[in-house]
Design a protein around this ligand. Sequence first.
Ligand SMILES: [Fe+2]
Length: 376
Amino acid sequence: MAQPEQFVIKDKIKSCQYILSQVAKERIRHTILIVDDEEDNLQLLNRTLRREYTIITASDGIEALEILKKEGNNISLILSDQRMPNMSGTEFLSRTVNEYPNIIRMLLTGYSDIDAMIEGVNKCGLFQYLTKPYDPEDLKFVIKNGINAYELTVSKKALLHDLKELFFTTIKSISSALDAKDAYTHGHSLRVTLFSLILCKEMGLEENFIGEIEIAGLLHDIGKIGVPENILCKPGKLTDEEFNIIKLHPEKGRKILNGIKRLSKAAFWLNSHHERWDGFGYPQKLKEEDIPLAARILAVADTYDAMTSDRSYRKGLPHETALEEIKRCSGSQFDPSIVETFLKVENTFLEATKNSEDYYSKYSVFNKILSDKELL
Ligand SMILES: [Fe+2]
């Protein structure tokens, strides 16, 4: 028999209440650090907020900084009084900005403390200031807004971090898949990228540029996906026809990546990684500075790795031989200024070859971005 409607509604309300109580249980209990030199104020604030939040108190800025060292990652919001001995509220809060960018900062000031308010906004990344005396309900409302802002910032940053991680690990996986096609090119793309990063760092180039070259390096031979394996892995000498097919790989790579907006720079650069300074390279026979700087860097890195690693038709050449060859080709195959940089860091190339994974994580711009506090 069907249940009367009011019972169905009652059941639904009960189940909603149950779900809401579970959600409430799972909500993170945020921690608030309250800093005030007056014990009575600390107690009042504690009483007002402790039902909903975990409260940590400090009686001055110095003690609060000590607490942050241990608990900083667990604190969502700081509420600090302005007038305190040793260190003012604004001075204390300004010291937390760089180290704890996600924490929401609030300042409690007297009505007339305009200077503190201005300083708070300008130097402390203040979310809001509160004036004394305050209504406890208003305080709760403002704190709730601050906690909401904290949750929003943290989830936005987590999302951005995940997206960047997904992007970079995808690029790295494609690159490793390409290297795995041929036992002799194992790790080639990673090493070419690493050598390019070493050159870029020595040249003092901007981090954004280096990040882009990191992508271009990992994908520089992506066009080889379109080259038949019997040609790519041929142990003997290539015929002219076979070599002409291999020479198509920069353009094939550009076409593969061109549809992906985020990779358009990498696509443009990798198209030129076989151009020569003297204009006898391929595919466009670009000359000197008409070749993008990133492609001139990749060319030195690529050639060094091609010479020093084993190939199906020969053993890898010693570092010294590769060094002499790159020097000899300065001004013909390579941009002389890049060769000059190479000569300054050739020892790092040699060391990096022995432990490319470790060196790579040290030089990778993406590793740095992904471990950036701003994104965590
Ligand atoms: Fe290539």
